[in-house]
Design a protein around this ligand. Sequence first.
Ligand code: ZN
Length: 173
Amino acid sequence: MSTALVVIDMLEDFLSPSGNLYIGPEAGRVIPAVAVELERARAEGWPVIFVCDSHREGDPEFAMWPDHCLCGSQGAAVIPALAPRPGEPVIAKRRYSAFFGTDLDLTLRERGVEEVVLVGVCTNICVLYTAADARMLNYSVTVVAPATASFDRAAHDFALQQMETVLGCQVRR
Ligand code: ZN
């Protein structure tokens, strides 16, 4: 089965202390954990795909959250420690699910991918809804728990449990 690593929202606005929607101290734990998964995926020769929040001014999401990851802003950039390499697709998204209104599904199918490994932030928001859509589309999904994080620890734990018990994801602890 062909596998891809999907890196979700490892962006300046979420991971940098000066970011508009900084997740807090968990950033220091999740960044090196995602780096390990990136290194492993590249060594295995898996496709690596970055999916990145990229909002427009006045996005309806800003009724719920502070403005963040404005298209083209520094806050919407992948953090330098995890920078995409040439040839690794970077897919902009405007909603929680990385599949909604994007060509992620097509990008995976073009590469013959049947299994996705998900890492990134936030566990209970974009990781959870991306996992849900991946499962609805019949992908096998593995979530690397240490390489996910949220500003809300209880919601992080709940989301991992939902992905494991309700969505049928493999959760690697
Ligand atoms: Zn957003």
